[in-house]
Design a protein around this ligand. Structure first.
Ligand code: HEC
Length: 213
């Protein structure tokens, strides 16, 4: 009895096997899809045509005058366009806390070479491990350096100095620059212009002159 059963099972299996091998009988209709909502997007995909807009495009251009998220702060420059660097700046203003953060970041990323005193005497240079003298940011040569030029040095690097774009995000770069500019203004540099509030901003030159009289 068992023998007959196994012969039947074996021949059925063989029949099924042979039928499934029949390539002349290709399936032309797809099977059922579980959760078609998830398989096929109901939203318009980026490159599909779209009847809702006159031009039929799904991908829309940003509305004129809008700024993408993460792009609120100035970061757009063309590497090597040094004359543009000189005019590049930010209208961001910085609180005392921002300046403290700028100092903290400077001491972490820049102080090793430029020195925490910004005088180019960082430990990596003074102990002879780094051959090229880092810029002395308190030297006359750098005291009036445009902020955009500093930004370019941080973003792209400068000769022996590597780029710090991957360590500092856009706001952090500007905070570091604001900190440098603050220190420079106290060491013979240009008047500090990045203060967040009128109270911490330096008095205009005319005012100062009037008070002195
Ligand atoms: C590994 C050492 C090193 C580190 C770290 C470093 N620098 Fe420099 N930096 C240099 C050297 C060397 C120069 C001089 C480059 C030249 O003019 O040839 C320089 C130049 C500069 C200049 C002048 C750029 C110019 O156009 O002349 C600025 C501004 C500056 N660094 C800022 C920074 C800031 C901000 C940081 C931190 C984010 C930093 N550096 C980190 C070595 C370093």
């Amino acid at each position: 009895m068992n023998k007959i059963k196994s012969i039947v099972v074996a021949s059925l299996a063989l029949a099924v096997g042979l039928v499934s091998c029949d390539s002349g009988n290709m399936r032309r209709t797809p099977g059922h899809i579980y959760a078609p909502d998830m398989t096929y997007s109901r939203a318009y995909d980026a490159y599909t045509s779209n009847p809702n807009f006159e031009d039929g495009l799904t991908s829309r251009k940003p509305v004129t005058g809008t700024i993408s998220r993460g792009q609120e702060m100035p970061d757009h420059m063309v590497e090597g366009d040094t004359s543009y660097y000189k005019t590049f700046n930010t209208s961001l203003r910085f609180t005392d806390n921002d300046i403290d953060e700028g100092r903290r970041l400077f001491n972490i990323y820049c102080g090793i070479c430029h020195g925490t005193g910004l005088d180019g005497q960082g430990p990596l240079y003074t102990n002879g491990k780094f051959a090229s003298m880092p810029a002395n940011l308190k030297d006359a040569k750098y005291l009036h350096m445009p902020a955009g030029q500093m930004y370019a040095a941080i973003k792209y690097g400068k000769n022996m100095m590597g780029a710090y774009a991957s360590q500092l995000d856009i706001k952090q770069r500007w905070m570091v620059i604001a900190y440098i500019k603050k220190v420079q203004s106290e060491n013979g540099g240009d008047a500090y212009t990045y203060a967040a509030s009128a109270t911490s901003a330096p008095a205009p030159a005319a005012d100062t002159a009037a008070k002195a009289n």
